[in-house]
Every structure is written in structure tokens, then in C-alpha cells.
Design a protein around this ligand. Structure first.
Ligand SMILES: Nc1ncnc2c1ncn2[C@@H]1O[C@H](COP(=O)(O)OP(=O)(O)OP(=O)(O)O)[C@@H](O)[C@H]1O
Ligand SMILES: CC(C)(CO)[C@@H](O)C(=O)NCCC(=O)O
Length: 488
């Protein structure tokens, strides 16, 4: 088995280095629990570059095939000429990206290696150094790109390299500007393939090719989501949490965030609240089903809130909602019964009809924008909670994990979901949340490509990166390396 790579300054077509590295056996770690049939390789010198020019899928079979090619070329004396004694792991310095292009937000995770040797720094192309500086020294990109610095994961090891994972997002509606920015930073000259998931990986494929000459290595969004969750859980011991005291509505705002040990995760219900909502039952890393979904999701909240209150952003909508009171907008059980509906255990403060008071003109004129925002948030959240509860009960699964950017800066919804799960299941269901709420698709995409958890693309039905492609790509890359070298 071997990993072969080179660094090419695309601008002057100069091959800087060619390297071959052999694998070391690695210690079994917590993350091995999630591994599947292909063997993972994890040593300092074995790195691949998902965002780099020679993107290859280094499953064992493919690497073995590549190694055979390397051995076969021994007679061509390539070995001596490229000085294999001075092996330089240049892939380590290539940009490693995973991208999730969703209906509302595009999420980008970027792995910054922190263990770069002086040799590697010397060899590094200037464009690459500039891109790394640009991404890691700023927290705003263009007008709408943001880096979530609080979600940065430091001192993590991917492919045997130690470094930091940066989480960046921008509105998908800004894709054209993002591509222009990427081009202006020289990305088009450096990167030819980017791993991508989400609907936008399909929708924007042509634009990526046309604008920045980048190919998208596509992964299915739900496969990537699960891989990303397992990756985050493995690397961050405080990733998963729940709210204590969520069983009483009056205690709900006081409920403390508590770390939850999610190291034995299966089975669990996964509720991904993005623009729309997907609900999965997950029994194992490669064993899940999409059991339900609803079009009333984060996109609905934002859309309705903008219409009803005139607000412009998600942050503004959530802030408004925090100041408002939905009971002035909704019709509660007590508005109908004068108190609880005891026979069926419906408390008076339960919403009987969302927006149920808004048919009356005098009520309409007495509600504030904040009340409307709060009612919109509560309506969407309760509906998601109700569907999630039914799914969990149907599947007889107790853990219900909520993710997606709808939960970003949105404690009202998290606490409400925690309360709803507890209340409606009489304490049998547990609502769980994850710190990197909206970034799992992008992380999963990065580590699926990068073979951190599983390299079994052949099992990923929608992947366009199957073993055959993988071998072809390795072969093509190898030939390129060879040709470039002899052209020197
Ligand atoms: N800065 C933001 N701008 C817009 N929406 C935001 C923002 N922050 C959080 N949100 C919320 O997150 C939702 C999008 O979540 P997420 O990024 O997980 O989904 P997506 O991938 O865009 O959608 P889908 O998975 O349905 O394609 C929005 O609909 C909105 O409710
Ligand atoms: C279409 C997706 C999967 C895109 O992420 C998501 O927005 C979703 O699950 N929407 C809900 C679709 C449904 O009604 O089941």
C-alpha cells in the first residue's frame, strides 16, 4: 500500500515534489467503533487532499493498485530522480475541504494542518499559503461569509495530520459571489476537485466547472450527515448535550445544559432541521432509513417570520421571537376550556390552535412583531417535535437527536423540543442536541472522502465516486505525475 502525491505549481507547471509513503499500523481508538470494512490508514505521513488537484479515494484496494504501478516504474528510474529518500508529504499542505450546499446555507469545513514541517513550508505554493492565511485569520469573508470561531475544533487528527477544523458558512443564494471570491484567491489554480454534499452539489455542479474549473466529488447528504455526527462525537467529548429539568414548562428556561455520553449512540432518531426537515432512524454507521420529513422547517420559520414581521435575517427573527409572547397569537386550551382539558390530560397552557386568535381584528391590532415571531417559532418547533415524537414511538427508539442550523442561536426551540419530547412521552424519550448543529454534512463529506470513518463508497448509493472511478483517478494522477516529471 502506498500513497503517492506531488505538488505542482499550476501557474508555472513545475513539479516540486513527488512522494511515496508506506502505512504504519495504527492503534485502535474510539473512532474504530465506527469503522466499516475498508481499512483506515492513519499515520503522520499518509495524507490525502480532498480539495487538492489529485483527489483520490485511498481505499486499500485502490492504493494497492497504485503501489503496484509505482513498483512497476522502478525500471524507469523514477525513484532515484525524484529522490524518494527525501519524501515530502506535500498533500498535507493542500487545502482539505468538505462542503454542504444546502437549500439555505452552504457549510464549508476546512482542515488546517498545524504540524507543518519547515520543509513542507518551504515547498508550499504561495497561493496555498495565502488561502490558508485568508481562511484562518479572518472570520468574515466577503459580505455574507462567516467563520463560526466558537465551533473550531483544535488539536484533532485527520489522516494522521494534527490540526484545526474551521467551520465556515454563507447563504447558498450567494454561490456566484463565493465562486468569484474563490477564483480571486487563486483557488481555481490550486484545486480541481472539491468534495460536496447537499442538493447544491447537484444544482451547482455546472457553475463550479464553468466558473472555477472545479469538479465536485458528490456525496449523499444523509450519508454524510451521519458520518459527520460520528466524526464530531469521536473528536469532541462534549459534543452531545441535553437539558436538565425539561419535564416542566416552568423549569424549562432554567434547565441547565448537560453533557451526554453519546459514545454508544445506536439506535437513535435523527431530526435534521434545515430548510426542510428530514427524520431518520439510525441503527448503525451504515444502517439507517429516512422514515419521515416535513416541509415545515427552518425555511418556513424564516420565510413566514420575514413576511409577518418585516425582519431580514434569521438572527433578527430569533431575537424578535425571544422578546415576544406566542400566547397572544395562538389559541390555547384554556382559551377554549377556561382551564385544563382534564379528561385527556391537556393542560390549559397547551397551544390548541397555532395563530388561532389572529382571525379577530382587535387581537390582530394588539399583537407585536415580537409576538408574531415567537408564535411562528413555537408553531414550527411544536410541529417538528410532534412528528419526531411519533417517529420515535413508531420505531421504538428513545434517543431523539436534533441537528440543523434552525437550532443555531435558538435556545427557545431547543428547550421547547426537550420539553415536548419529555412531556408527550411521559419521560421515556430524550431530546439530545449537538454542538456543531449544522456542520455535520460538511464534516461527513470531508471524512468520507478522507477515509476517516469509512471509505466504502461502493455502499453509498448516490456517490459519484465509486471504486472504479477511484482507481481511474489514481491512475490518471499517476500518469500526470510521471509525464510532468519527465517534462522537467
Ligand atoms: N444565518 C442564517 N441565514 C439563514 N438561515 C439561517 C441562518 N442561521 C440559521 N438559519 C436557519 O437554518 C436553516 C437552514 O439550516 P441548514 O443549513 O441546516 O439547512 P440547509 O442545508 O440550508 O437546508 P436543506 O438541508 O433543507 O437543504 C434556515 O432555514 C434557518 O431557519
Ligand atoms: C429536500 C431535503 C432533503 C433537502 O435537504 C430537505 O429539505 C427535506 O427533507 N425536506 C422535507 C421534505 C419532506 O416533506 O419530506
Amino acid at each position: 500500500m502506498a500513497v503517492v502525491g506531488m505538488q505542482v505549481h499550476k501557474s508555472d507547471q513545475r513539479t516540486v515534489a513527488l512522494f511515496v509513503v508506506l502505512p504504519h499500523k495504527r492503534k485502535r481508538s474510539r473512532k474504530d467503533r465506527h469503522s466499516t470494512s475498508h481499512s483506515s490508514i492513519n499515520s503522520k505521513s499518509q495524507t490525502m487532499a480532498p480539495g487538492g488537484p489529485r483527489v483520490v479515494n485511498n481505499c486499500e484496494e485502490c492504493l494497492r493498485s497504485l503501489h503496484m504501478k509505482v513498483l512497476r516504474t522502478k525500471d524507469d528510474t523514477i525513484e532515484e530522480d525524484v529522490n524518494f529518500n527525501n519524501i515530502v508529504d506535500v498533500y498535507a499542505t493542500m487545502p482539505w475541504f468538505g462542503m454542504d450546499i444546502g437549500g439555505t446555507l452552504t457549510k464549508l469545513v476546512y482542515f488546517e494542518p498545524k504540524d507543518i514541517t519547515p520543509d513542507e513550508l518551504d515547498q508550499e505554493a504561495e497561493i496555498l499559503r495565502n488561502i490558508r492565511r485568508y481562511l484562518t485569520k479572518n472570520s468574515a469573508y466577503g459580505k455574507t461569509g462567516h467563520r463560526d470561531t466558537h465551533l473550531q475544533m483544535d488539536d484533532i487528527t485527520i489522516r494522521g495530520r494534527r490540526g484545526s477544523l474551521h467551520c465556515i458558512r454563507f447563504p447558498t443564494s450567494e454561490m456566484v459571489n463565493f465562486l468569484l471570491l474563490a477564483k480571486s484567491k487563486g483557488m481555481a489554480e490550486l484545486v480541481t476537485t472539491v468534495c460536496a454534499t447537499g442538493g447544491g452539489a447537484f444544482k451547482f455542479e455546472k457553475e463550479f466547472k464553468k466558473e472555477v474549473n472545479m469538479r465536485l466529488a458528490k456525496f449523499d447528504e444523509l450519508d454524510a450527515l451521519i458520518k459527520g455526527i460520528l466524526f464530531a462525537e469521536t473528536h469532541n467529548p462534549t459534543e452531545c448535550y441535553y437539558f436538565e429539568n425539561s419535564s416542566s414548562m416552568s423549569c424549562i428556561s432554567k434547565g441547565e445544559k448537560k453533557v451526554y455520553d453519546f459514545s454508544q449512540p445506536y439506535p437513535f432518531i435523527l431530526v435534521n432541521v434545515g430548510s426542510g426537515v428530514s427524520i431518520l432512524a439510525v441503527w448503525g454507521p451504515d444502517n439507517y432509513k429516512r422514515i419521515s420529513g416535513t416541509s415545515l422547517g427552518g425555511g418556513t420559520f424564516l420565510g413566514l417570520c420575514c413576511l409577518l414581521t418585516g425582519c431580514d435575517t434569521f438572527e433578527e427573527a430569533v431575537e424578535l421571537a425571544t422578546e415576544g409572547d406566542h400566547t397572544k397569537v395562538d389559541k390555547l386550551v384554556r382559551d377554549i376550556y377556561g382551564g385544563d382539558y382534564e379528561r385527556f390530560g391537556l393542560p390549559g397552557e397547551l397551544v390548541a390552535a397555532s395563530f388561532g386568535q389572529m382571525n379577530l381584528k382587535d387581537k390582530q391590532s394588539s399583537v407585536s412583531r415580537a409576538d408574531l415571531a415567537n408564535a411562528t417559532l413555537v408553531t414550527i418547533t411544536n410541529n417538528i417535535g410532534s412528528i419526531a415524537k411519533m417517529c420515535a414511538i413508531n420505531e421504538k427508539i428513545e434517543k431523539v437527536v436534533f441537528v440543523g442550523n434552525f437550532l443555531r442561536v435558538n435556545p427557545i426551540s431547543m428547550r421547547l423540543l426537550a420539553y415536548a419530547m419529555d412531556y408527550w412521552s411521559k419521560g421515556t424519550l430524550k431530546a439530545l442536541f449537538l454542538e456543531h448543529e449544522g456542520y455535520f454534512g460538511a464534516m461527513g463529506c470531508l471524512c468520507q472522502f478522507n477515509n476517516e470513518i469509512s471509505c466504502n463508497e461502493t455502499e453509498t448509493t448516490n456517490s459519484n465516486f465509486e471504486n472504479g472511478d477511484c482507481i481511474n483517478e489514481i491512475e490518471t494522477n499517476f500518469l500526470k505525475i510521471k509525464n510532468k516529471f519527465f517534462a522537467l
